[in-house]
Design a protein around this ligand. Sequence first.
Ligand code: FAD
Length: 320
Amino acid sequence: MSVIVLAEHTQGVFKKKTLELVQYAAGIAQSMGTTTTAVVLGDATDAEMQGLGQYGANKVLQVADSRLDTLNARAYSKALIAAAQKEGAKVVVAPHDVTGKAVAPRVAAALKAGMVAGAVSAPDLSKGFVVKKNVFAGKAFAFVNVTSDVKVITLMPNTFQVKAGAGSASVEKLDVAFEDKDFSVKVKAVNKVTGEVPLSEAELVVSGGRGMKGPENWGILEDLAHELGAALACSRPVADSHWRPHHEHVGQTGGTIRPNLYIAVGISGAIQHLAGVNGSKTIVVINKDPEAPFFKAADYGVVGDALEIVPKLTEAVKKF
Ligand code: FAD
């Protein structure tokens, strides 16, 4: 009757958002008086999987089929359903990312489970099974009481701080009877993103909008990001105009980030942009328009021309 959690990895490396997810699942399991089983798909070493015990997993079920090394929604769902059935899981937890959004609804349908997509809290068991989630692009919260026997939750990344403890998970293999049609969608190529700091993991982010005027001006943002050890992000029109790659686009239709510091340069602060960044701990806005909506969400604001202010800021950072 355990809580199971989909533990995404890249060649055995579990990213911060997975560790956060395992910790979240373990918290739910603890409050329900049960155990946590992490499901690992594809190749990973025992030592790598045992390490999930530091974040609260009691056991890892590994479906060690190398065809699962890249996302395949149908096969992933089949494996997760098999794991849930084996464990008699009452709660299935997945990330609210590309993988979780593809897999969790399929799992919920198969298990006749109620689902909360994009949770931002642990379930409140004193009121049933009430989970807080973002609605209207992060403008409001809904509190959803899941009344089905089995529940599926996807958790917004960067909702909780991750803390490693002691502990080591046991590892078991799980055989799943895949058919060829489970792999009918083939991944032809995986383009690795190479940047100084991966955006989804970054504690500091420097982000540019259309106010930067063009890609030729991005050097000053890169310099600032480099000095701070920050990742780069951008607004959607910037990515749509091919000034920056799409993986840097944040917002309702892009990535969701919750860094400690988000510096928004030449970005107006439309609701669709804020949806991806309004969980940031501290927001600094640089905009030449004092009426720009982003200032309402900002902790600190600088009114002025980004092309003059950013180099000065970089010089100031260099002095520290
Ligand atoms: P603009 O709105 O053009 O703002 C540019 C800003 O730069 C202005 O505030 C201006 O005052 C300032 N500026 C100009 N020159 C300077 C200068 N020299 N120095 C300093 N400041 C200057 N947008 C996203 O970002 N992410 C999303 O995920 C997203 N999803 C969307 C989904 C839907 C369904 C829709 C309809 C829209 C979505 N959008 C999204 C678009 C969003 O509504 C805004 O249009 C977009 O965020 C605006 O981008 P921007 O702030 O870079 O550009």
